[in-house]
Design a binder for this molecule. Sequence first.
Ligand SMILES: Nc1ncnc2c1ncn2[C@@H]1O[C@H](COP(=O)(O)OP(=O)(O)OP(=O)(O)O)[C@@H](O)[C@H]1O
Ligand SMILES: [Mg+2]
Length: 395
Amino acid sequence: MKIHPLVVKANGIFTPGYPVHQKDFFSGREDQLQRTLEALIAPGRHPIIFGQRGVGKTSLANILGESLTGVSVVKVSCDGGDTFATVWNRVLATASITFKQHAFGFQDTEAQKTIALGTLLGHDPSTTKPAEIAGLLAKVNQYCAVVLDEFDKISDTNAKAQFADLIKIVSDTVPNMTIVVVGVADNIHELIGQHPSIDRNLLQIELPLMSDVDILEIFASGLHKLSLTVDNSVADQVPLLASGFPHYAHLLGFAAVKASVNNNTNHVDVAVFDMACTLAVQDSIEKYRDAFSKATATTQPSRYPIILSACGYADCDTRGVFRATDVVDAIAKVFNDRVTVQAVVPALGEFTNARRAATLKAVSVAGRKCYRFSDPMMVPFCRLKARELLQALGN
Ligand SMILES: Nc1ncnc2c1ncn2[C@@H]1O[C@H](COP(=O)(O)OP(=O)(O)OP(=O)(O)O)[C@@H](O)[C@H]1O
Ligand SMILES: [Mg+2]
């Protein structure tokens, strides 16, 4: 079995399962990138990059070093079992020789070795104090940044408080050092906790859902790099389907390449894109495919797939909350199918059931029952499913 060279090449451009690592492949987010870079050279300013799952936080963090010459960056990912000391041990193990020289003042031979935190401090690392880390970083002789990705995963509240203390000490005493905190959160306090003493040292960098323009750029510029052209009518559909999640722009781009290869064409028209959408559903994250089939499985033919996929198009507020009537309207708009609220409400109730993967959550707004997706990345999946259903219905 051979893989077509264009598909091989597409793997380096469309990466639905892999964050961006190079600036050349990074679309949009100019404002957030600019503000973060400015903080890297501003004494006492520490960016907190936050947003919902999958919006591109890691990708932004990955390109910081490449985007600003003269700043040495080390990036580590935190996990649920981390303490203050284990994170700093990881920083020491991950840091480049240059970073160790610039940030810790290590000599050449020392910088080439991996030195454990305990050895460096001369005591059991589990009792490491923020002031000791600040002391190690005091040798900084150039702009340096430590990026702590997946900070939301740290469950040890003491560790989070120690990082806040460290930010305070570093702000006051180590002007060339920046701590960048990155993670899933609705606001910075959810990520790092309430610490009034560091409020003015934290720079909020919120990553909202991606704009339609940026989503389209990922899709269209990726195809362009592969010398494929695309119909305007197709390009118009991509932002709507992806609904702000760059993962889906990559998924659709990759699927469009595969569909073009299968059709022996270098132009993505509507027919090729139809096929691409089917491939994209097949290649979607297992979790979403599973949730959709669990939610809509019935022994008799039912409207469940139509109702759930239309939820992806329901008018909602900024928190993604919608009402049953919004779903009725979406069914009329997308499927040209008239159903009553009474027909939809039992299905929506079922979708909140754990037995049906609890795809939706029931929420009360001003005493009225409303709904939202348990995982917002289910929205674009439902939109893809709606498209697939429409194709099956011959529309
Ligand atoms: N600015 C961008 N330009 C192009 N692709 C992007 C951009 N940002 C993110 N992506 C793509 O979107 C997907 C998700 O990105 P990333 O992993 O950075 O998000 P995240 O917010 O860190 O996710 P998580 O919350 O799961 O950690 C990846 O496929 C990545 O390649
Ligand atoms: Mg991430």
